[in-house]
Design a protein around this ligand. Structure first.
Ligand code: AMP
Ligand code: ZN
Length: 432
């Protein structure tokens, strides 16, 4: 292990460390304009924390709280002390900005290096970072982690498939960081360019930044002849390196010496019963410049029971099942986009690019799933196409309990994004 002692601490030792660091975090946070006011209002100081469970006494911090404090309200130090900023990829409204001191960047690079080590990366590996750089943390976050581990790091950035392939071949790239929706596209592209993925030098892919199913992971592994590992993080908690799979591929270890993870019922704010699905709430324990307490991530997951075979003692979370905000309620039924993805990935006649559209028909909300038909199945015969459509529609019905429209569209006709895929489009407010 990269940090053997920290990663294998006995649970009670780990909890002691969390309590100590949580107290320190409260002390530090009190230096920011935002938390100093929140703490005063709620009579909070480090002495109220006696056990890890006492975190429940602290108020939540929401994305709106961060927005209301944009840009500097959570900083605990004068701006001169900071050396970097990132912003979250939110597409609407004021973004949230996250600031790092040099020490914060070092801590983050260590967390990333540890994560990469856990999936088998070593200093002899060559890592190509295929995610966008810029404000998105998946660029520089992965980059500095990879350098920290000692890997030769290729900052390829997003897009430009041909150049990506050339770099991979020329520099003997053994590991890639790639967004899952792009990985599916990339794998097909590699073949189109006349290369056999089995002959490529790669062996490990770090995939994350957006929800994806187990099926998608397996598909990426099969298509690319690679091992793909789930990487979870969010800018508010530094970026990637918050929770990461190990080589067991059985849930993501939360690095609990740096973060406290809780899972709550998004309606009541109470902890859910052990193993139940709820909203992940995260607290930083090792960030000095901009500590964040009980951040409502809106991401849905659950704690996995038992210990991991790898010997790490930190708890594991299941893959993210979607965002609390992404849940669609249609005709009274709750639907998560990942349920739809799960079905689509299992249908041989269609590709991996899809979009879910919500629209109004009269007064009724309707759902339409557009998916690309594979070239080899594109037939002029309407009956055959209708047959495929019907099959998909009924499989989706079995999963989501309502019957969606299914529209088969031509190969490559749904636009691909370079960053996180946008899978749900809401057309309900549009006039027709
Ligand atoms: P950002 O801070 O803009 O990079 O976005 C962070 C968000 O991306 C998280 O809150 C999740 O919703 C999503 N995300 C990141 N990593 C994963 C992952 N491995 N699986 C599912 N969703 C992820
Ligand atoms: Zn493990």
């Amino acid at each position: 292990m990269y940090f053997h002692d920290a990663e294998t601490l006995e649970r009670n030792e780990l909890e002691k460390l969390q309590v100590e660091r949580l107290k320190k975090t409260i002390e530090q946070a009190a230096n920011s304009p935002y938390y100093s006011e929140v703490f005063k209002k709620n009579n909070i100081d480090p002495s109220i924390i006696k056990s890890a469970d006492d975190i429940k006494k602290l108020p939540f911090t929401s994305k709106d709280d961060l927005r209301s404090q944009y840009p500097y309200g959570l900083l605990t130090k004068p701006i001169d002390e900071f050396v970097r900023l990132h912003a979250s990829s939110g597409t609407t409204g004021t973004p949230t900005a996250v600031f790092y001191t040099q020490k914060d960047l070092d801590t983050w690079a260590d967390l990333m290096a540890r994560s990469m080590y856990a999936v088998g990366l070593r200093r002899s590996d060559v890592l190509q970072n295929m995610s966008g750089y810029g404000l998105f943390t998946g660029g520089l976050g992965i980059h500095y982690g990879s350098e920290r581990l000692g890997c030769l790091t290729v900052p390829a950035g997003a897009g430009n498939t041909k150049r990506q392939i050339k770099l991979i071949r020329d520099f003997n790239v053994t590991a890639m960081h790639i967004i899952p929706s792009f990985a599916l596209y990339f794998a097909a592209k590699v073949r189109e360019e006349g290369f056999d993925p089995a002959d490529m030098p790669w062996r490990i892919a770090l995939i994350g930044a957006e929800p994806h199913t187990e099926h998608t992971r397996r598909k990426i592994e099969e298509m690319m002849h690679i091992k793909a590992y789930n990487s979870y993080g969010l800018s508010e908690m530094n970026g990637p390196g918050v929770a990461f799979e190990c080589t067991e591929q059985d849930g993501m270890h939360v690095w609990e010496d740096s973060y406290i993870a809780e899972i709550i019922d998004p309606e009541t704010g109470e902890h859910v019963a052990e193993g139940e699905i709820g909203e992940l709430v995260m607290t930083t324990l090792t960030r000095e410049g901009m500590p964040i307490i009980r951040y409502r991530t809106r991401d849905l997951t659950r704690f996995l029971p038992g210990e991991c075979k790898c010997g790490r003692t930190s708890r594991r979370i299941d893959r993210i099942m979607g965002r609390a905000d992404d849940m669609l309620i249609l005709k009274g039924v709750n639907i998560y986009p990942m349920q739809i993805e799960k079905i689509i990935m299992g249908i041989p006649e269609v590709g991996h690019n899809y979009v879910i559209e919500l629209f109004k028909e009269g007064l009724m909300d309707q759902i339409r799933v557009k998916v690309e038909i594979k070239e080899e199945f594109f037939v002029e015969d309407m009956r055959a196409l209708q047959g495929i459509q019907k099959k998909i529609s009924s499989m989706l019905r079995d999963e989501i309990l309502i019957t969606p429209r299914v529209e088969l569209v031509q190969h490559n006709s749904i636009p691909k994004t370079e960053g996180k895929a946008k899978r749900v489009v809401d057309l309900r407010d549009e006039e027709d």
